[in-house]
Design a protein around this ligand. Structure first.
Ligand SMILES: Cc1cc2nc3c(=O)[nH]c(=O)nc-3n(C[C@H](O)[C@H](O)[C@H](O)COP(=O)(O)OP(=O)(O)OC[C@H]3O[C@@H](n4cnc5c(N)ncnc54)[C@H](O)[C@@H]3O)c2cc1C
Length: 536
């Protein structure tokens, strides 16, 4: 990352004195020429950033402007003491005379790595750093960026929201009460979350045992059955699903279960809520993933909230993470990438696109990506899920209860203090299931159904917090769903790079799709791809 380099000029590079108020003089001093058009200015100086782009990034603002005439820049710069950190000449397709300059107050030297012409393989001829643009600061994009930055390359992370974490969003339900932190998105850390555990260790974060089990829930509201019967049904259906033909739905495979109808109803209710699509479209194979356990095993959350993973990674990355910077389009060719935002464009050697599938489908690429890939995107399933949280007014034990007819489940859980949080959590799924809970109208109907399902709990329905994701413009889905439409090979096609364009995100994680662990694994994989290309 540029920001982590020492401020001193590299050995043998002539330093330009500070107080440069004339950009042209600074560029010429470094032996470059100013072209007719200046396509990029990147600055750390808060005032400069505000002046140039009307934007202000909290710590070290960086802006990228396109097609800004040289005269305009000079008009904005008089009297501003600036050092020229790096200046490079970039011939770009369609912009043969374009230049890019990086302006900073931290030091002054011509770039070793920025000025070289890139090889088709993605590396600059100078053999130095590459610059990687990452779209999306969820778990996938942040880990990808962090791994690339750790390898000594420059990253820029463009995030549409005013926070990092994406579909992991931790918040105090009762403001000011850290014991009431709830997960509005991704929550449970399950067996096999090895990358998550490694990242937590790197960031100095810990897991807290919830002391309830994600896997074992008491079924309520349907015909009488037990968690044990449901587990037996689940094992039989999972066995049948493993040998079912591709494209078989859960409904088809489950219908062959000869045992208790009540157990089957509870099993199907739980699975479709988890996967966020109905049994007729959910692929039977989906029940064999890590969420398909029905025997009691521990489940965890990150102590203090899962979003701490995102804020921890973003904190390590520092100013390259730019909030409120939605990516509008991506241009790519054998020379580099140009990622367009509202404020201009960010250029780089490669881009890692780590936005959710629902957003990805609508993102313009130039040239367009091959039709086969777009067809795989269209086949990808989008789950519908929402969450509801209510404060408890009396202490409760750790618990997990599934509403069989209601298409939601609820739990109470301990946090890092070892005490049960003063909160009841609920998670609902499938489009018709959420419609029946009235989520489009607010939390009231779901809160009253929850209260009816859990009469033993003392709730405060007036402070219910509802979180929906399918209407969120930067998500459009809760997560990807393995539906019967998904074709053989789609997982590989969706994850594969296209030239300098790489893809990360839970939807690219194959067997780990839909999960925080999948997001992290995909980010690490995309970073590996970029680093391998940089070495070639
Ligand atoms: C309700 C719910 C419950 C869940 N429960 C669990 C669970 O218990 N356990 C588990 O492991 N997982 C769970 N998940 C799934 C998990 O949260 C996700 O799989 C994971 O967080 C996805 O990470 P990601 O980086 O792929 O995507 P995201 O977190 O969505 O990150 C993508 C980022 O891209 C940004 N973005 C979007 N469009 C643009 C754009 N045009 N330009 C720039 N930025 C853009 C978004 O704002 C976002 O920050 C749950 C998810 C939800 C919604």
């Amino acid at each position: 990352m540029v920001e982590q380099r020492p401020a001193e000029p590299a050995a043998g590079v002539p330093e330009v004195d500070g107080d440069l108020i004339d950009l042209q003089a600074a560029v010429e001093h470094l032996g470059h020429e100013v072209g007719d058009r200046l396509i990029g200015v990147v600055g750390y100086h808060p005032q400069l950033a505000r002046l140039l782009a009307g934007r202000h990034d909290r710590q070290r603002p960086r802006v990228v402007l396109r097609d800004l005439g040289h005269a305009d820049v000079r008009e904005h710069l008089p009297g501003r003491p600036l050092d020229l950190l790096q200046a490079g000449k970039f011939g770009r397709p369609g912009h043969p005379d374009a230049h890019e300059f990086i302006i900073s107050r931290t030091g002054c030297r011509p770039s070793a790595g920025r000025g070289g012409k890139m090889t088709p393989g993605g590396r600059r001829e100078s053999g130095a750093d590459v610059r990687v643009v990452v779209a999306g600061a969820g778990f996938a994009g942040l880990l990808a960026a962090y791994r690339v930055a750790q390898a000594g390359h420059e990253v820029v992370v463009l995030e549409a929201r005013d926070r990092v974490g994406g579909r992991v969003w931790s918040q105090e339900l009762v403001p000011g009460d850290p014991r009431s932190v709830v997960e509005r998105g991704g929550e449970f850390v399950l067996d096999g979350y090895d990358v998550m555990r490694a990242v937590l260790a790197e960031l100095g974060l810990e897991l807290a045992d919830t002391t309830m089990s994600y896997d074992e829930r008491e079924p309520r509201g349907g015909a009488v059955t037990t968690a044990r019967d449901v587990a037996r049904c689940a094992a039989a259906v999972a066995g049948a699903a493993a040998s079912a033909p591709p494209g078989a739905s859960l409904a088809e495979v489950a219908a062959r279960w000869p045992g208790s109808a009540a157990a089957l109803a509870a099993f199907v209710s739980r699975v479709v809520v988890t996967h966020g699509v109905d049994a007729e479209v959910l692929a039977a194979a989906a029940v064999t993933d890590v969420t398909g356990g029905f025997a009691r095993r521990p489940s965890w959350r990150v102590a203090g909230g899962n979003q701490r993973v995102a804020t921890g990674l973003a904190g390590r990355l520092g100013s390259p993470v730019r909030l409120r910077s939605p990516v509008r389009a991506i241009e790519h060719d054998h020379e580099g990438v140009r990622v367009r935002t509202v404020g201009g464009a960010v250029t780089g050697d490669a881009v890692i696109v780590a936005v959710p599938m629902a957003v990805l489908r609508a993102l313009p690429f130039s040239p367009p990506l091959p039709e086969a890939r777009r067809e795989a995107w269209r086949r990808a399933g989008l789950a519908h899920n929402a969450k509801l949280h209510l404060p408890l007014t009396r202490p409760a034990a750790a618990s997990a209860v599934q509403s069989v007819p209601g298409r939601f489940w609820t739990w109470t859980a301990t946090d890092a203090s070892g005490q049960v949080q003063p909160v009841v959590h609920a998670f609902g799924g499938t489009e018709p299931g959420l419609a029946a809970l009235g989520v489009a109208e607010g939390p009231a109907r779901w809160a009253s159904r929850l209260a009816a399902l859990r009469p033993e709990l003392s709730l405060d329905p007036d402070r219910a917090l509802l979180t929906t994701w399918n209407d969120d413009p930067w998500a459009g889905e809760s997560y990807s769903a393995h539906t019967v439409d998904v074709a053989d090979g789609d997982d590989e096609l969706i994850a594969a790079p296209e030239g300098r364009v790489h893809f990360a995100g839970e939807h690219t994680a194959g067997a780990w799709a839909g999960l925080m662990e999948g997001a992290l694994r995909s980010g690490a994989r995309a970073a590996d791809e970029v680093l391998a290309a940089a070495r070639r």
